[in-house]
Design a protein around this ligand. Structure first.
Ligand SMILES: Nc1ncnc2c1ncn2[C@@H]1O[C@H](COP(=O)(O)OP(=O)(O)OP(=O)(O)O)[C@@H](O)[C@H]1O
Ligand SMILES: [Mg+2]
Length: 304
């Protein structure tokens, strides 16, 4: 039994003995399923879903250090995300954006030294990484990791069933899962052959990003943290990924996306844009902040 820890902080184990069976019928069956069951569930354009005012994530004064060296990287981050909102975090290279998102999902490299994080009314920092994932937190890493020996199909099925089990639901059977995957693959214009390949192994940069969004679509997280999901995407892929993410927005979930570019925010319209600098959020505004940044660089934004 091989074990692996994946981007969305899920710990999975694979049973190599069942893999050949899947592989034999994955491709042909999936083709039939995708043809038979296709209904694209992705919205065509980005947009803020107006939701309730319920707070999904509340971060107050979050401080974190690198566990190994004790160096402080987050110096007191404050952020509130409500259901139905899309938040964008921008900021210069090295300002702490990825560190912040990794701390939220419980990355082992970092230790929280101050502040609080409440997710869906519970203390997130007390939870193990996989518990955070089961609670509905998903993260797409800036550099998605590869998992040799575990097929994409197995990985997503195990991840979904682990979450279902935690929530008292019965597991989805492989056959049913194929039907479930069909529209999601189609929305991302992904070839079903990617299900049969090991997670992210040998995938191009753009293929990895699509695959991350496929995982998100499968897991249907309450809060999706997308770290530079637009990097390395060609224009068509950017459209596909943005449409898929927009299609996943519901009144009771939210997206926190990290980006350097205004173009993503034109496709997935943010409710708020935050600027991170030196390990904290130093400015918050609407999408005009991103436009200002695009036109004049960071010097165009006062107080940064
Ligand atoms: N595990 C670590 N050990 C040592 N330094 C780290 C570690 N993780 C992050 N850092 C440092 O913390 C700073 C913030 O890094 P982070 O990856 O959060 O930046 P970022 O805002 O995401 O930048 P970019 O826009 O380039 O992705 C950087 O100087 C980085 O080198
Ligand atoms: Mg980063």
């Amino acid at each position: 039994m091989a074990g692996a820890t994946i981007s969305s902080s899920l710990t999975v184990s694979s049973s190599p003995s069942i893999r050949p069976t899947y592989r034999v019928w994955t491709r042909s069956r999936l083709r039939n399923f995708t043809r038979a069951t296709l209904t694209i569930d992705s919205g065509a354009s980005g947009g803020v879903v107006s939701g309730s005012e319920k707070v999904l994530l509340e971060v107050k004064g979050l401080k974190a250090v690198v566990k190994e060296s004790g160096k402080e990287l987050l110096h007191g981050v404050d952020l509130t995300v409500r259901e139905g909102e899309v938040h964008a975090i921008m900021g210069k290279n090295g300002s702490g954006k990825s560190t912040f998102s990794k701390v939220l999902v419980g990355h082992p490299d970092y230790e929280v030294t101050g502040g609080s994080v409440i997710f869906k009314g519970e203390d997130l920092l007390e939870k193990e990484p996989e518990e955070r994932s089961h609670a509905g937190l998903f993260m797409s890493f800036q550099s998605p990791i590869e998992i040799p020996g575990v097929s994409n199909f197995e990985f997503m099925l195990m991840a979904l069933n682990a979450r279902r089990e935690k929530n008292g639901l019965k597991p989805i059977e492989p056959l049913e899962f194929y039907g479930y995957l069909g529209p999601k693959l189609a929305a991302l214009k992904m070839d079903p052959v990617f299900l049969d390949r090991n997670v992210n192994e040998g995938f191009s940069g753009g293929e990895k990003k699509r695959n991350e969004i496929l995982q998100l679509a499968v897991l249907e997280a309450d809060l999706a943290i997308l770290d530079e999901v637009d990097s390395g995407l060609d224009v068509d892929a950017l459209q596909d990924v943005s449409s898929a993410v927009s299609g996943l927005l519901k009144p009771n979930n939210a997206v926190l996306m990290i980006t350097h570019y205004q173009r993503l925010l034109e496709l997935i319209h943010p409710s708020f844009v935050h600027i991170m600098e030196g390990g904290k959020i130093v400015k918050t505004g609407d999408s005009s902040l991103a436009k200002q940044l695009d036109e004049g660089g960071y010097k165009a934004i006062s107080s940064v």
